[in-house]
Design a protein around this ligand. Structure first.
Ligand SMILES: [Fe+2]
Ligand SMILES: [Fe+2]
Length: 318
């Protein structure tokens, strides 16, 4: 590209031409099939549209993060790692899709097909040391166009696999389990402190304050986790895997039960007065929540983790 080349202006022009001509673009794109991929900015949260070569391999819609052989991945690729829900415009239709990033042998086989269809991509690969990612787009709105593509969970054969959404869910559960254990320990300490205070007439306001802060943190994280499932992961799964409908309904109902227990504990902790209230009441409620939550986590991990892994990579950590 010549110096002073305004890539953004060029892209804007391609996008305008694409939309004005039903997906056909002339010049260097004459004869190629393009799609417009709209992603959500990983940092900005703003929509970003990129014109890309649009290929079909074994019934899958495919785009390639070549960036014409640039040394770094294109921004849209970073965006889908954070949020795999994208909009695809093909010129004749617009659909919502879940972007998946195959790895290992699957990526290599797809890239071979890509270069067989368009040798330009082999040339881009020679210009960069990064392994050019191939991205498959799985239609999420099954109401229009062909049926959703079945996505089989892929085993990790390479060791360099990006953690999947399902693995991310298990990681979040483990963190919540750990935090719950900490809360129980704090309550035990509080109960001991209360026993001391009965003898020494010295209540433990510090421990109560710690418990309040920690409880607030834990309850907030739990609420966020379940909201994410109710509004993000579960609707995505329901689109791709209709056979999971019954399990997803059951899990959604359990979220409501957990939310009721969580609110009760928050109330008890808020009302707790050191030296006066009985910590064992909170402790009993917490045990109740812990039992319900563990059953819920185990069922969720048994039913949806593989399916979630097939939907895409985990959100990147800030
Ligand atoms: Fe859940
Ligand atoms: Fe969960």
């Amino acid at each position: 590209m010549s110096e002073g080349f305004d890539f953004n202006a060029f892209q804007r022009q391609v996008i305008a031409e694409f939309r004005a001509n039903g997906g056909r673009v002339g010049g260097m794109f004459e004869g190629s099939t393009l799609a417009l991929l709209t992603t959500t900015g990983a940092r900005t949260g703003l929509s970003r549209t990129s014109p890309l070569a649009y290929l079909h391999i074994d019934g899958k819609a495919v785009v390639v993060a070549s960036a014409m052989g640039a040394p770094t991945h294109p921004a849209w690729y970073h965006n889908i790692r954070k949020n795999p829900v994208v909009t695809v415009e093909t010129g004749t239709e617009t659909y919502t899709a879940i972007a998946e990033i195959p790895t290992g042998n699957e990526r290599d086989a797809l890239f071979d097909e890509v270069t067989a269809q368009d040798p330009g991509f082999a040339e881009y690969q020679t210009k960069t040391t990064r392994k050019i990612p191939v991205v498959t787009l799985h239609r999420a709105d099954s109401h229009s166009g062909p049926a959703p593509v079945a996505v089989e969970p892929q085993p990790d054969t390479t060791g360099d696999r990006v953690t999947g959404l399902g693995d991310f869910l298990v990681e979040s559960h483990d963190w919540l389990r750990h935090e719950l254990g900490e809360l129980r320990r704090q309550l035990d300490a509080l109960a001991e402190g209360r026993a001391d205070s009965a003898t020494l007439e010295r209540p433990s306001p510090d421990l109560a304050q710690q418990l309040r802060t920690h409880c607030l943190e834990f309850c907030g994280a739990l609420e966020q986790h379940h909201t994410g499932e109710d509004q993000g992961a579960f609707p995505m799964l329901a689109q791709q895997y209709p056979e999971l409908a019954e399990d997803l309904t059951k899990l959604g109902e359990e979220h409501k039960t957990v939310a009721r227990l969580r609110r009760r504990i928050q109330q008890l902790v808020d009302d707790y007065v050191p030296g006066e209230s009985d910590p064992s009441t909170i402790r009993d409620e917490l045990e109740h929540l812990a039992a319900k939550l563990e059953t819920h986590f185990e069922y969720e991990e048994k039913t949806v983790v593989n399916a979630l892994n097939s939907l895409g990579p985990a959100p990147t950590r800030p």
